[in-house]
Design a protein around this ligand. Sequence first.
Ligand SMILES: [Zn+2]
Ligand SMILES: [Zn+2]
Ligand SMILES: [Zn+2]
Length: 602
Amino acid sequence: MVHSSDWLKALIVMLRPFKDARLNSSEDILEALSRLSGIIIEDKAGTFIGARMGRPEKAAQREMSPPVNLLFPIGSNGGPSRDFINALNNNEKITVELVKRRCSSCNKKTWTHKCPECRIPTEIIGECESCGFEKRYDEETVCEKCGGNITYYEKYVINIAEKLYEVSREINDPLPGKIKGVKGLNSLTKTPEDLAKGILRAKHELYVYKDGTIRFDVTNAPLTHFKPGQIGTSVDKLRKLGYTHDIFGEPLTSPEQILELRIQDVIIPRKAAEHLLRVSRFIDDELKKLAGMEPYYNWEKPEDIIGELIVVLSPHTYAGSVARVVGIIDGLICFAHPVLHAAKRRDCDGDEDSIMLLLDPLINFSRLYLPNRVGGRMDSPLLITSIVYPEEVDEQAHNLDVVEAYPLEFYRKARKNEHVSNIVRIIPTIKNYLEKPEAFAGCRFTHPQSLLVTSVKESAYKKHSSMLGKIIGQIEIAERLAGVDVSLMVEKIMETHLLPDIVGNARAFFTQEFRCKRCGSKYRRLPITSRCYNCGDELKQTVYRGAVEKYVELTQELLGKYVKNQYLREQALIALEGIKKILSKEELSEASGRQVSLEKFM
Ligand SMILES: [Zn+2]
Ligand SMILES: [Zn+2]
Ligand SMILES: [Zn+2]
């Protein structure tokens, strides 16, 4: 044990306080200390790297807004939630645009895949709006005879109650409490999904995406090594999945041994595993009841996902990659090898990607569902990569270093602020291993971790549901941090978030449309009767006062306490004053959604 007095003695000897200790004007404090003591004293940290949160973590089933169980149009029937059961209870016949198909045997037109009479498959038919020329489906929309417009759909009147009861009987599954459809289909052919899929998805509390698949969105995190104990998977199971030896070449026998994650293996959140269990039941139902096949998954618990295949896909792309689930964690994050993230066209920095159970896109995806507009094909599994080749993924992932420790030379060069291109070759990276047989075996790491998930499983940013709570929380933290200028931070929030929001919502409020509660008709101006021309029902505002007033109080408070920038202050004050002036008058008229007599303004 060294006493503090010993340290002091050592310090005095080193600093030689009785020598001439004047600073040369050209040297900084570390240089002076080094000169005086005769010992090289380096800066403790030469370069500082700061980080701030980009977006909070996410792990949840994807829902379109509003959520949809079934890609089948219901128009304005079924109420605002587009519920088929609601339309059925009101015994409504629905008029909707659906694909035009024809039976080659009896020549009858229908929207169903099988001819209702002959029970044989039907074919999609395109028809020219100008000359009536008919053709088989080939995505072409210009008539080869007259240059007119070819459409692949027409209007049908459907007795939806009859249809739903028929399907429910066929699959021997009772109708659920709700089946949410879509207002209209926006694909080229307006091909709907089988009604039975809606019954089954609703039964398993699942929602469908625009392409017919069910998605789970989850934040990415990179991982190269793990211990069986960290991912809740038994040693026996992992041995069966091919993890027979640890990174030191020892046979795997203990949950504490370190294993190298294979590049197409992933560790998913428990929430995702629970979701995929429901998807597996939906798919088994489909196989049994729609295809007359044996169920494939037969899972009983979320852990049954271990060893099974999923498809991972990034938004803005149309190529998914197959991955295998090897573990489940309690965090809200999906761990995968950096190479797999790169295969999805991601740079592993906390983006959000989606996962699907493999059979779901294979059975339920169809190009025929994809919206017929720019970007309509984005974020759909048009291609699925079964084997990921590291040399084919984005180069950024090749820069991952694979060593246990950095050599001294690295620190020396870093001290001199040498360019990264001079340092890169000192440290082996994935790039050095590409196209060699030993690639990705023998990858090492610099910092061991005992836990993959800490006791904090959800960031405070997510716990505060309102923007108000988030901002107050942020200010509370900032006030405790010496390195943060609270005024500057609040001014930034004001400038980039609060003011644009207040001004934008005020504009939206005063130029808003009105919508009919029942039929959904939209009005640019409120008619004098304030009732719908279509069905006579009451019209509703589409933007409410609350949206405008939401941040007024907060902005006022922040202005008083923190905002020093004079220009910003006045900008905010003018915006607030304007809103208060107008809203106090508007209170009577707009809030009730009704017109007010002219005298009120005189
Ligand atoms: Zn027929
Ligand atoms: Zn034509
Ligand atoms: Zn109406």
